[in-house]
Design a binder for this molecule. Structure first.
Ligand code: IPM
Ligand code: MG
Length: 357
């Protein structure tokens, strides 16, 4: 019997509700296939600020480092909006990303056929969409120094720094090419090489990596054009590799192809075994605690965990198929519009997935 240690970080807002449903799904998989999942839960984000004085403690970080995988809900909310920027809830995310060395953020964008009508794009535009967006997660503007604000003679000035080393680009782009090998063998590298020095380096390094993968096709796309192509003809994409901020923006845009940002899971991976899984949506404080949140992105994140961290492909697919089945049967959470569909709450949606398993 395989044993796995999972650190749960429910976080804020809807985080605890959706993580609860994902945990139930993992437990169901455990009892069906005979694996033992051991869970430990830790506070992060606003919840940790309130209880422990900072968004993530060293003990929590160490526990996550020691776990076989981390499952995160979401962090942040209006309650902490005016807090000292140094301890904002989001800092928990950056601490985890940097602390665990999670440089590659995988955001798969796949349209469940039952949800095609919920997309804001026409069904023929989103037919066949299957994108793996690989976002660089520990560099770029999110971490660059200096980061400051200073007085000038006439007002103020703020500075963020966009910097990338060749090593940071290389390991991320290589991950994208490796993934493409198991898919449609096409990599689109997204940059702003007509303007930015970091993008020019990004392009050079990407060309070098491409030479190691002669079986994979490479195309370069400027980020503004990519934003347009994503809504014009999204089926042209297979693997997309891009820097941190571009990936942040493009992944929200790509998420909408699927009908709801509430459907998208993600995996953040590093060089070793450390890995964190989380839905790409936020903490939705406006609906927190009301049993309205869509737990599917978190449940699908648990499926990614089974596949990537634990190599349990059959179990991962079983969760994905269960989700597909529940959607096909017409059940929806409030965020997923659908004619003749039955709206259910967070708990009920989780329960339906368990039954379909
Ligand atoms: C994401 C989120 C975070 C990010 C926020 C909450 C800081 O938008 O994971 O995409 O920008 O990375
Ligand atoms: Mg984002």
């Amino acid at each position: 019997m395989a044993e796995f240690e999972i650190a749960l970080l429910p976080g804020d807002g809807i985080g605890p509700e959706i993580v609860r449903q994902a945990k139930l799904a993992l437990e169901a998989v455990g009892s069906k296939w005979g694996h033992s999942f051991r869970f430990s839960t830790y506070l992060v984000g606003g919840a940790a600020i309130d209880e422990l004085g900072k968004p993530i403690t060293d003990e929590t970080l160490a526990a996550c480092q020691g776990a076989d995988a981390v499952l995160l809900g979401a962090v942040g909310g209006p309650k902490w909006d005016r807090i000292d920027p140094a301890i904002r809830p989001e800092k928990a995310l950056f601490g985890l990303r940097k602390g665990l060395g999670l440089f590659a953020n995988l955001r798969p964008v796949k349209v469940f056929s039952a949800l095609a009508p919920a997309s804001s794009l026409k069904p023929d535009v989103i037919a066949g969409v299957d994108i793996m967006l690989v976002r660089e997660l520990t560099g770029g503007l999110y971490f660059g120094e200096p980061r400051l604000r200073r007085k000038t003679q006439t007002g103020q000035e703020a500075v963020d720094t966009l910097s990338y080393t060749s090593e940071e680009i290389l390991r991320l782009v290589r991950r994208g090419f490796e993934l493409a090998r198991g898919r449609k063998k096409k990599v689109t590298s997204v940059d702003k090489a007509n303007v930015l020095a970091t993008s020019q380096l990004w392009r050079e390094i990407t060309e070098k990596v491409a030479a190691e993968f002669p079986d994979v096709a490479l195309e370069h796309l400027l980020v503004d054009n990519c934003a347009m192509q994503l809504v014009r003809r999204p089926s042209q994409f297979d693997v997309v590799v891009t820097e941190n901020l571009f990936g942040d923006i493009l992944s929200d845009e790509a998420a909408m192809l699927t009908g709801s940002i509430g459907m998208l899971p993600s995996a953040s991976l590093g060089a070793g075994k450390a890995a964190m899984y989380e839905p790409i949506h936020g903490s939705a404080p406006d609906i927190a605690g009301q049993d309205k949140a869509n737990p599917l992105a978190t449940i699908l994140s648990a499926a990614m965990m089974l596949r990537i961290s634990f190599a349990l492909e059959e179990e991962a697919s079983a969760i994905e198929q269960a989700v597909e089945k529940v959607l096909a049967a017409g059940y929806r959470t409030a965020d997923l519009y659908g004619e003749n569909c039955q709206i259910v709450g967070t708990t009920k949606m989780g329960q339906l997935v368990l039954e379909a398993l």
